[in-house]
Write a protein that binds this ligand. Sequence first.
Ligand SMILES: NC(=O)c1ccc[n+]([C@@H]2O[C@H](COP(=O)([O-])OP(=O)(O)OC[C@H]3O[C@@H](n4cnc5c(N)ncnc54)[C@H](OP(=O)(O)O)[C@@H]3O)[C@@H](O)[C@H]2O)c1
Length: 342
Amino acid sequence: MSEFIDNLQWVYNKRPTKNVSTEHYLLNKQALSTTLANNEVLLEQHYISVDPYMRIQQAASSSWEEPHPLNTVQQAGVVAKVLKSNSAEFSIGDWVSAYAGWQQYCVVHHHEIEKLNTELASPTTALGVLGMPGRTAWFGLMEVGKPKPSDTVFVSGAAGAVGSLVVQFAKKAGAKVVAFTGNAQKCQWLKQSLKADVVINYRDFEDYQALDKYLQQQQLSADVYFDNVGGLITDAVMSNLNLRARIIICGQMSQYNGQLDQVSQGPRFLQHMLYQRATIQGILARDYSHRMAEMMTVVAPWLAAGEIIYDETIVEGFAQLPEHLASLFTRKSHGKLMVKVK
Ligand SMILES: NC(=O)c1ccc[n+]([C@@H]2O[C@H](COP(=O)([O-])OP(=O)(O)OC[C@H]3O[C@@H](n4cnc5c(N)ncnc54)[C@H](OP(=O)(O)O)[C@@H]3O)[C@@H](O)[C@H]2O)c1
């Protein structure tokens, strides 16, 4: 192998104020040295993740960390193959997961990557059900939501990567599931394939008052609310909580395109928290990274037995990565969206 290879990289170079698009990136060609130091490996990316949190990191204000620096490769989880190895722990051809970003190749230290067991499941699951979204759904629901068989669990963004797993984990816990989504086809999938007990298309409602009224008419109230989206759905759910409800703030996707830098007003629903002695807690996937093995002991056998449906929308095209990121907000995919680049 020659000492240098051409490595295309998407460099994030402009902060979006509303929708993210190709204009916020620059395509760079790097000459990447393939000479490896001790314990380094050269990776060839095959699947690259696009995730809603990337849009949070692009806001000017800090979140759980500083904003994504400009003029650096867009950070992202990837599934890659080892192309060259100077590590005793990795061989050429091994499938690994890494946080290597939107680029075709990279050189990493072997401590930065994780070998994937491809006999257990497709390597793509490392970006979905057996990766960050799965961990978020599992620990968010089980540790914070603590669902019981008598509970009703509400899930917003229920057809997405995280939400679709929350629906199924809640069903496994014996709870009744009320799933919120935004189109008829996703409603059908949630009902027929994921066996959600009640499915609500939030786009059928003009405003939160109409949705609130519907929930009351249907006598639907939440012991656990797993919130991926915020906005109208959350406004309506807050006045339909049961005693000691647990609210899990996983994401607020409806606000990411331009609203995160605005001054936050105080929430106007807190009286309902008082009435129902409810709790509300934000969760972050990375807080549970060290507990992946714990999740795998439960979820991997379910996967092997075909008891969990993990939907993946796999689209082609390294050249279209920014467009694929933007497409998360036009809500066409279900399950985990990832980009096949090799
Ligand atoms: N806390 C953490 O560590 C963590 C980790 C992973 C993800 N998250 C968060 O969890 C949420 C879901 O992530 P994901 O990976 O499952 O995303 P995803 O696969 O893209 O699913 C998100 C769903 O949200 C809905 N949606 C998108 N834009 C919307 C908008 N403007 N208004 C209302 N609904 C919208 C879409 O469903 P419909 O078509 O049904 O509207 C979409 O299917 C995001 O908010 C993300 O930031 C948090």
